[in-house]
Design a protein around this ligand. Structure first.
Ligand SMILES: *Cc1c(COP(=O)(O)O)cnc(C)c1O
Length: 388
């Protein structure tokens, strides 16, 4: 066997430290634990991430999810939260103070962008937005001594733009963070490129069944300890029930991800030739402007693609109304194939100018490929897209 088993194997073996001979992780629903008296209470109260004190501090089921995620990301540690936004807000506020500066990619999940532009600005944390696809853009915007954090997202929502992770890993000074939700740990491992922190909305592909709201950040232990110490006060603690669904999702993640990515590539290749489609945004396509970068850093292509419809908003409406199998919903990575119109859902809070700048056109439709039969879902999508 190789020195390090393949990701698909690690997805099965990871996070089992505390489950004895049970094949499935036990569900610890407890919010609190009984102690042996005053001295024992004190010991647990001052411990880092105690396993048996109070669930906002740590919980054994959540711990199993965190340990599995750390292993899959090649990170020392991981820390889970009640949502992806809980992970983002807690991490940013743990690391940044009034007067600090953040460099962020303009192609970000709209909630992350709104958090940086709204609450962070209100607390005196300033930011500069850059085009994350341009090599060197992050480093150029760093203000030495002031920039505390660089926030990137790759592949980005909704157009699957890529950030060069090697380039990001070389940025000196601030901590670097990648929202890797669209890749999952099966699709890329940013820590291997020297990035400090990798973050996921595990609500998406990792849990994978649209039944858990969960976030996670992974990286070096000392950094994670600092985020934990702040996170206990911020309170975006994950539910052990959701963490259980997170572990269950990890067990089947590799097979789901590879299957969904294969169908996404097939769909992308077909839609390029569809008369109603002006552009297909999918880095797995050979003529995508970032295809070479995708080959260098992605271990598996994404399961999501975005298409730009010739007829703009009207065509997007016709398409979404005409679907029979595929559903309209704003999430991704689950068993059901989903479409969403970014300009009127995930990015509705942006002005038309801001939408334009990051390529969110009126005809842009994001498709998250699910687990239905490939021919069935391809037939449904191609019949629904108007030809005009
Ligand atoms: C969904 C999503 C988030 C937010 O995660 P929640 O679990 O909904 O809070 C953050 N980043 C990306 C890329 C996402 O897709």
């Amino acid at each position: 066997m190789r020195d390090q088993p393949a990701p698909a194997t690690r997805a099965i073996t990871a996070g089992r430290r505390q489950q004895g001979s049970s094949l499935a992780p036990p569900l610890w629903g407890a919010s609190t634990w009984q102690t042996e008296g005053l001295d024992d209470t004190r010991k647990r109260a001052v411990d880092m991430r105690p396993d048996d004190f109070y669930s906002r501090y740590a919980n054994p089921t959540v711990r199993a999810f965190e340990e599995a995620m750390a292993e899959l990301e090649n990170a020392e540690e991981a820390l889970a939260f009640g949502s992806g936004m809980g992970a983002i807000a807690s991490t940013v506020l743990a690391l940044c103070s009034a007067g600090d500066h953040i460099v962020a990619q303009q192609q970000l999940y709209a909630g992350t962008l709104a958090f940086i532009q709204g609450p962070c600005a209100r607390f005196g944390i300033e930011h500069t937005l850059v085009d994350g696809t341009r090599p060197g853009a992050f480093a150029e915007a760093v203000q030495p001594g002031r920039t505390m954090l660089v926030v990137a997202e790759s592949p980005s929502n909704p157009r699957l733009d890529l950030v060069d992770l090697e380039d990001l890993g070389r940025v000196a000074g601030p901590f670097t963070l990648v929202d890797s939700t669209f890749a999952t740990p099966i699709g890329q491992r940013p820590i291997d490129f020297g990035v400090d922190l990798v973050l996921h909305s595990a609500t998406k592909g990792i849990s994978g069944h649209n039944d858990a709201t969960l976030g996670v950040v992974a990286g070096a232990r000392d950094l994670l300890d600092a985020i934990w110490a702040y996170g206990v006060l911020h309170g975006a603690a994950p539910s052990p029930y959701d963490a259980l669904n997170g572990i269950r999702g990890i067990r089947t993640l590799a097979v789901r991800q590879h299957h969904q990515a294969g169908v996404a590539l097939r769909l992308a290749e077909l839609l390029v030739a569809h008369p109603g489609v002006v552009a297909v945004h999918y880095p797995g396509l050979a003529d995508h402007p970032q295809h070479a970068l995708a080959c260098r850093q992605l271990l598996c292509p994404p399961t999501v693609l975005a298409i730009d419809l010739r007829g703009g908003l009207d065509s997007a409406r016709t398409m979404m109304d005409g679907l029979r199998l595929v559903r309209c919903a704003t999430s991704l990575g689950g068993p059901e194939t989903l479409v969403c119109h970014s300009a009127s859902s995930t990015h509705v809070s942006l002005t038309p100018d801001e939408q334009q700048r990051i390529g969110i056109t009126p005809g842009l439709v994001r498709i998250s490929v699910g687990l239905e039969d490939a021919d069935d879902l391809i037939a449904d999508l191609t019949q629904a897209i108007p030809v005009s």
